[in-house]
Design a protein around this ligand. Structure first.
Ligand SMILES: Nc1ncnc2c1ncn2[C@@H]1O[C@H](COP(=O)(O)OP(=O)(O)OP(=O)(O)O)[C@@H](O)[C@H]1O
Length: 553
């Protein structure tokens, strides 16, 4: 109770700056200040009805706030003990929620200005202020955790609501109070997904005042079934607390709906990285940390991204969507055939690749391609042009484009699998494809946190990237090439084919091997893939994919 009293009576005086809320010193609430203000608002925890209707986060937040203060005291964590130090900035980007507590008239005590050089001249002056409870995402070790802070903010020159001003600056360019369906795979991330979600994601989402509904998957394919039947009008976002398998399933579930265009127009699909492969989060949120991704889900602007549509004889009447990659050869075999050493974590993949290279395994096939930019020079021109469209301050245009609805025709395939190789397609040199080492096509820059495999990938340029290597490349060249994929430099090497394409047909010539799509094992048979421009809405922290620095490579 003593702590609660001190929480209510000790608060920071703050001003709103362009980038955040600046703490301007400590203040104590005058004894009569609360009585003087509107009694219904005076004490946020006094009103029984309000207390009953407050959500569980609010109730526990007070406790957690008090706990947090005492915890931090004992941990001697200076930054978190009690009110924030003068001149601390709470960036709007980190503000989750703001709530008015009461109006107060306060007498200013002396404080130093932002650069700490001058003492405020208006000390002693009485001003009308608003006591606001601001909840923000505070860094703690590698994570973000919600923290409440009572702040007294002076009246705006416009006379407008302080809380509204804070909230509109904090959620600029994105919707507040979103309704989120979280689909969580409890088996994801070697069984850690649920714990990650509950400890790192849920507190951030709850503090933001979003409405969150959580469903746990109970079988392989459950997320597809959920997406097929979900009420698209009820939710703004489907957030997959999982690896890349669940977004893949969700997209395919939406794709199988009779009202798929409406569903894709309505729902944003994003990932909370709780699995072992979190390429979507690394590429879009720039993080594998679930708490940082959770903040991004609240704050990031939405973008439209291209998807790819896969056709194979086994499922010729129901093509499948892919958002990340398709692969055959060394990479596909390394991922799937090392399942038995899963305990090794990501290292098992590197080991698999290395073993395959050492054995100089080759994966003969035919590859037919519709190029958008065939040579490396053409690819760079394509990249520079499309990247500059995003970078040239046309983000508003991008934002507007992202709001343009798609129609059913967006899913119509240009190149049916049953047709002959279409006119305008080219066949990749058979001397290379008969000795193929890696065939890897992708739409997102990162396939893993340390694998920037497609550094030239762009969200909605209407193309995807093709990478091919020849198994005859010497070991002394192949090893450094693959090792440089963490920086994305492998695509610059003359031994690596790197093109922008809009479609391909891959016809394997082996009897048994692996084709992997978005990390999932697909039938081992001819595969045709074509781009579906801009059909999916997602969230990306900067209105584009995370920066890959391909321009400066
Ligand atoms: N309850 C469940 N039981 C079994 N499989 C499930 C369950 N829920 C989801 N799955 C399957 O688990 C697979 C992997 O899911 P996800 O991508 O979330 O996890 P991950 O940790 O990245 O795993 P992986 O390393 O296998 O990709 C998906 O194919 C999904 O269908």
């Amino acid at each position: 109770m003593k702590k609660l009293k001190s929480y209510m009576n000790n608060y920071g005086r703050a001003v709103l700056t362009d980038t955040g809320i600046m703490i301007k010193g400590q203040q104590s609430l005058p004894a009569d200040a609360m009585e003087a203000s509107d009694s219904s608002n005076a004490n946020p925890f006094a009103d029984n009805e309000d207390r009953e209707t407050r959500n569980s986060f609010d109730t526990s937040s007070l406790i957690s706030c008090v706990t947090c203060l005492s915890e931090s005291d004992s941990r001697a964590d200076e930054s978190s003990s009690g009110p924030l130090p003068t001149n601390t900035l709470i960036p709007y980007a980190k503000v989750l929620h703001a709530k008015e507590i009461c109006a107060v008239s306060t007498e200013l005590t002396p404080y130093r200005d932002e650069v700490g050089e001058q003492e405020s001249s208006n000390a002693g002056e009485t001003i009308l202020s608003t006591l606001v409870e601001v909840t923000y995402a505070r860094p703690r070790r590698h994570d973000l955790v919600p923290k409440k802070q009572l702040l007294c903010v002076g009246a705006l020159p416009s006379g407008g609501s302080i809380v509204e001003e804070i909230m509109s600056r904090s959620y600029k360019g994105t919707k507040r109070n979103k309704t989120i369906l979280v689909i969580m795979n409890p088996h994801g991330g070697k069984g850690h997904a649920k714990k990650l979600y509950l400890s790192k994601v849920k507190p951030i989402l709850a503090a933001s005042n979003c409405t969150v509904e959580t469903v746990e998957t109970t079988y392989h394919g459950h997320a597809t079934d959920l997406a097929k039947t979900v009420d698209a009008d009820k939710f703004d976002i489907i957030a997959c607390a999982s690896g890349d398998g669940i977004p893949h399933e969700v997209l395919n579930g939406l794709f199988q709906r009779p009202d798929r265009a409406d569903a894709f127009n309505k729902l944003i699909i994003t990932q909370l990285p709780c699995g072992s492969g979190n390429a979507m989060s690394v590429s879009c949120h720039g993080t594998t940390n679930p708490s940082h991704a959770a903040l991004n889900i609240l704050k990031a602007p939405e973008i439209r991204i291209d998807l790819m549509c896969c056709s194979q004889p086994s499922y010729k009447d129901q093509p499948r969507l892919s958002f990340l990659s398709q692969t055959y050869g060394i990479i596909a075999e390394s991922d799937v055939n090392t399942e038995f050493i899963r305990w090794m974590g990501p290292a098992r993949f590197d080991l698999g690749v290395l073993l395959n290279i050492l054995q100089r395994k080759k994966y003969p096939c035919e590859v037919h391609v519709k190029y958008a930019a065939k040579t490396k020079n053409e690819l760079r021109e394509h990249y520079t042009y499309h990247k500059s469209k995003i970078g040239r301050g046309e983000s508003q245009e991008t934002l507007d484009a992202s709001k343009q609805d798609i129609s059913e025709s967006a899913f119509e395939l240009k190149y049916p699998l049953s047709d002959e190789i279409p006119e305008g397609w080219e066949t990749v040199d058979p001397t290379i494809t008969n000795n193929l080492g890696i065939f890897y096509t992708g739409k997102m820059p990162y396939v893993a946190p340390d694998a920037k495999f497609f550094p030239a990938a762009l969200p909605s340029d209407g193309t995807f990237d093709l990478i091919i290597t020849d198994s005859r490349t010497s070991l002394s060249r192949m090893v450094p090439i693959l090792l440089s994929s963490d920086k994305g430099h492998h695509v610059l090497q003359p031994e690596v084919i790197h093109s922008k394409i809009t479609a391909f047909r891959l016809i394997p010539k082996l009897k048994h091997s692996v084709i992997s799509v978005d990390g999932e094992k697909f039938p081992f048979e001819p595969l045709q893939v074509e781009i579906l421009p801009g059909v999916c809405r997602t969230l990306s922290y900067d209105g584009s994919y995370v920066e890959t620095d391909f321009d400066s490579m």
